[in-house]
Design a protein around this ligand. Sequence first.
Ligand code: SF4
Length: 355
Amino acid sequence: MPLFVVDVNRTQLFGAPLPRIDATTLASYTSHIYEGCEYGCNYCDGWGRHLRPFNEQIRLMPDIAPAASAELATINRRAVIGLTAESDAYQPAEQHYRRTRSVLRVLAAHGQPTVIMTKSPHVVDDIELLTEIHQRSLALVMVTVMSHVVDVQNKLEDKNISTVERLATVTRLKKAGLPVGVVIQPLIPYLNDTDYALTHLIEMIVAAGADFVHWDYLYTLNQRHRNRVYEALARIGNYPPSYMRNLYRDGMTIDRAYQQERNSALTRICDDAKLPVHPPYTLFAQRLDPRNELELTILHQARRDMLQGRDTLAISGQSLATKIAAGDLPMQELRNYAHYMLIRPAVQHVESTIP
Ligand code: SF4
């Protein structure tokens, strides 16, 4: 049983906007309701961020609803708030403390676009609030999974429900009319990133009805985090540590060429399954700040270019998105952009808002 502590020093919930809109979650602000996570997944970088056991002490922000309300008064009503950072908003503590629900009530009252990333089935307890938000702007849920193999899950994220049950949550949310994405993370070399494993998982995700998929690779933050991950991997089976040493030469990030090859393979699997590799424009069109919508649409095209090895095009998309984030609307450059036909609806939406 973890220790619950009220953190009187925490006074801000959403804080400053992100330096750059997050193309994965669509968020301009990212926040965590609880500090610490009872799930304590072995690969979580929270183990590297905190000196105290990440899953044994959960910190609660006092007066969280009034703080959320006060901060929202200064935030663009069409910017996405992401409850996506550092801890799961629906970890077991939520059943008792209902901090996430009280913040969602505030977000619903303001009609603020919201995205939640979770592994927990309890997100469905707040379907009504999420629906209320989605009727006024956007409420997006992203469910994270890592493997269809129960034994792998038991060794790396044993406090969570199974992948099958998580995908049942996706289906329930979709039936309620909410957009839902699935994030496969972390991809761990040779463990859950083989063509067979990925094809199987993508088939399950498609069957659950997800709108899109995103993925991310194992990243190790520091030596403490690395030790924990490697210890857990050693318990899984015949997994020579030299594999990791060869693929994580800087100790933190996976080898770029390996990543590029896996990205291409996974993109192909998703294309074959007709599963988008980023949130489709139709999912957030006319629901966010029009400039954010345009920036996101370009960033998503740039990511797709990056996934398929079109680096020059990816860089040109990113630089265009940077200009839009800075407040420019370089029309000629937009019209010359290779993917102009794909981003044209978002461009036209921005143009329609210019007096
Ligand atoms: S549920 Fe998410 S935040 Fe919590 S321990 Fe697992 S990976 Fe980390």
